[in-house]
Design a protein around this ligand. Structure first.
Ligand code: ZN
Length: 310
């Protein structure tokens, strides 16, 4: 039994078949958490789809209409990089509802994980890079609208810069965005986050962790969020097909622990989402994502005093 909730439903699987996006990973993570006794069935909550009102706090009315009526142009579907379908659209609304629920659970329990979401390349008026709706932005706007929070921080460690996040929250003093990513990779251009850490190709564990820690320190010095959304991409892994960084599976687990340490030390509830992961072996992607859940469990079970002695 975990000390926090996991948000998941089978419809997160987009059934993309041989696509480089291994959408079956969601189900595999769910199954592995149960098979390894890390989670019990009671730890899982099923999300409701986000309401259109929720979605429209972030996305334009015209774009939402195109998604709901299946009237994206061929160019818009090319930019999305996944074939449009009604199931894909429904999965996007569910992932957004899942991140809203993860945010609420984190505010209640201190921690929560959406076994989905992290669609950080979605812009208000278009989708791209496998991302149709920006679930994390939708969750932040909903929590703000409900007056549950005023200030949020997004820490994004996916190998690809969080361009949608940066575009949505640019100039918004209520949301601090930090993205650590490979510089010479999609997306182009990269609109500015509050902090962008542009890494050279092949950056390995030690260099990565040192620079991430330095910037987390600065971020929490400059800003006092009431919730942290962690976009925990598995694609900085050295065996990733769409990434060019050099992290090991152990290094990625240390990265997760570092992010959760900062949340805990600063008394900030943390909600995580999965984001990307395209390892040559899908099993590695699943292991990395399960590792993030384990890091959250360790952080939830430790005390602040434990962290300070590390
Ligand atoms: Zn990515």
């Amino acid at each position: 039994m975990l000390p926090f909730k996991l948000i998941y439903c089978d419809a997160y699987d987009l059934n993309l078949g041989e696509h480089v996006f291994p959408s079956l990973k969601y189900r595999m993570i769910h199954d592995r958490l149960l098979a390894q006794g890390i989670a019990a069935p009671d730890d899982f909550l099923a999300p409701e789809p986000a309401s259109d009102e929720d979605v429209l706090r972030v996305h334009s009315r015209e774009y939402v209409h195109k998604l709901k009526t299946g009237t994206l142009s061929p160019e818009e579907i090319v930019l999305l990089e996944v074939p449009y379908s009604k199931e894909l659209m429904e999965a996007a609304w569910l992932a957004a509802g899942g991140s809203i629920l993860a945010g609420r659970c984190a505010l209640q329990d201190g921690w929560a994980a959406n076994i989905g979401g992290g669609f950080h390349h979605a812009y208000p008026d278009h989708g791209e890079g496998f991302c149709m709706l920006h679930d994390v932005a939708i969750a932040i706007r909903r929590l703000q609208s409900d007056k549950r929070i005023e200030r949020a921080m997004v820490v994004d460690t996916d190998v690809h810069q969080g361009n949608g996040t940066a575009a949505i929250f640019g100039g918004d003093g209520g949301v601090f965005t930090l993205s650590i990513h490979q510089e010479r990779n999609y997306p182009h251009p990269k609109p500015p986050s509050t902090i962008d850490i542009n890494l050279p190709d092949g950056t390995g564990d030690e260099d990565y962790l040192a620079i991430l820690e330095k910037h987390l320190h600065r971020a929490f010095q400059d800003f006092a969020p009431q919730i942290l959304f962690y976009v925990a991409g598995a694609d900085p892994y050295r065996e990733d097909q769409l990434g060019g960084l050099g992290l090991t599976i152990e290094g990625l687990a240390r990265r997760d622990a570092l992010v959760f340490d900062y949340a805990k030390r600063n008394g900030v509830p943390a909600a995580m989402t999965l984001a990307g992961g395209y390892a040559r072996k899908v099993d590695d992607t699943v292991q990395i994502h399960v590792g993030t859940i384990l890091a959250m469990r360790d952080a939830a079970q430790s005390t602040v005093a434990d962290l300070k002695t590390r």
